[in-house]
Design a protein around this ligand. Structure first.
Ligand code: ZN
Length: 307
């Protein structure tokens, strides 16, 4: 049941940075993307096409796309919330995959996207259709799959039903996102198994934030329950020091360390990730939450790398 291989998606340039107060230069965003590729990432969420007045960090979406490394083997993902965003992403000619998000509860969906939960599912399906019509692929994400900041507990049956409806539109996978970092490993095991059964053979992707320290345990639980794709962010970016309760994504290097130690292949190079995390810490001007990059290398590297 447990796959010996997972697909890794680096989301630092979008989900990680979007939650950071300091606006990062386009050149540094490209530096981050280049380092993620060097570390082995072959799917990267590079930006989002949203209202720049609302999300200043993503105001350079087109400039980031224009400067993306020319790599046929890398899938660049652009997050979009509506048809207008999808038009912008497609118009760059550099985005390979559109990311669409539906939200599990009405109150969160209204606060986040100005629409009900059902409307957010229909909007996501329309984005998926738009991507396919333009010759792109699409991924679908269910935000607040494990809990809502407004409504609290989220019904598992509701998330399963949303996953089925999104799957009908033909995304490459459906993701369960713990947007506010409330998930626990037992909940993750149940929901991943239920959604997997509902959308089979479509893969389940998972997206965790480490707000309550359960992030890595949730990744492990999800993979054990059959999730095949895992989102993570270099350094655990996104933990804004000025916003109490806001915490970053699970850290790429921590996730890769854990999975590779468990003989689950990620395709990622841990040493390169650690180097990239150290570089990013310098760019952000602070220590990042990820732990593996701050600890001594284990096991010690004995062989010299290719000279
Ligand atoms: Zn997130």
């Amino acid at each position: 049941m447990v796959s010996p291989v997972i697909e890794f998606v680096e989301v630092g340039p979008r989900d990680g940075l979007q939650n950071e107060r300091a606006v990062i230069s386009t050149a540094d965003k490209i530096g981050l993307i280049e380092r993620a590729i060097m570390a082995g990432a072959r799917r990267i969420e590079v930006t989002s096409f949203v209202n720049p007045a609302r999300v200043p960090q993503m105001a350079d979406a087109e400039a980031v796309c224009a400067a993306l490394p020319d790599r046929a083997d890398v899938t660049y993902i652009g997050l979009v919330m509506n048809g207008r965003g999808a038009d912008r992403a497609i118009a760059t000619g550099r985005i390979d995959q559109l990311g669409a998000v539906a939200v599990s509860t009405d109150q969160f969906a209204i606060a986040n996207q100005g629409q009900t939960s059902d409307e957010s599912v229909e909007a996501a399906k329309a984005i998926i259709a738009q991507a396919k019509a333009a010759g792109l692929t699409a991924q679908a994400t269910i935000g607040a799959s494990f809990g809502c900041p407004f409504e609290g507990e989220v019904s598992e049956a509701r998330v399963v039903q949303m996953a089925q409806r999104l799957a009908e539109a033909g995304p490459i996978e459906v993701a369960l996102a713990d947007t506010i970092g409330v998930a626990d490993p037992a909940h993750v095991a149940r929901l991943v198994a239920a959604v997997r059964a509902a959308i089979d053979p479509l893969p389940v992707r998972v997206h965790f934030h480490n707000t309550r320290g359960t992030g890595l345990a949730n990744v492990w639980s999800a993979v054990a329950a059959g999730a095949r794709v895992v989102d993570a962010s270099l350094g655990g970016l996104g933990g804004c020091p000025f916003a109490p309760g806001a915490a970053g994504n699970v850290s790429s290097e921590d996730v890769v360390y854990m999975l590779e130690r468990g003989h689950i292949a990620t395709g990622m190079d841990l040493d390169q990730l650690i180097a990239a995390s150290a570089w990013l810490s310098g760019i952000m001007g602070r220590k990042l939450p990820g732990m593996v990059a701050q600890a001594p290398r284990f096991p010690k590297v004995t062989a010299t790398k290719d000279a």
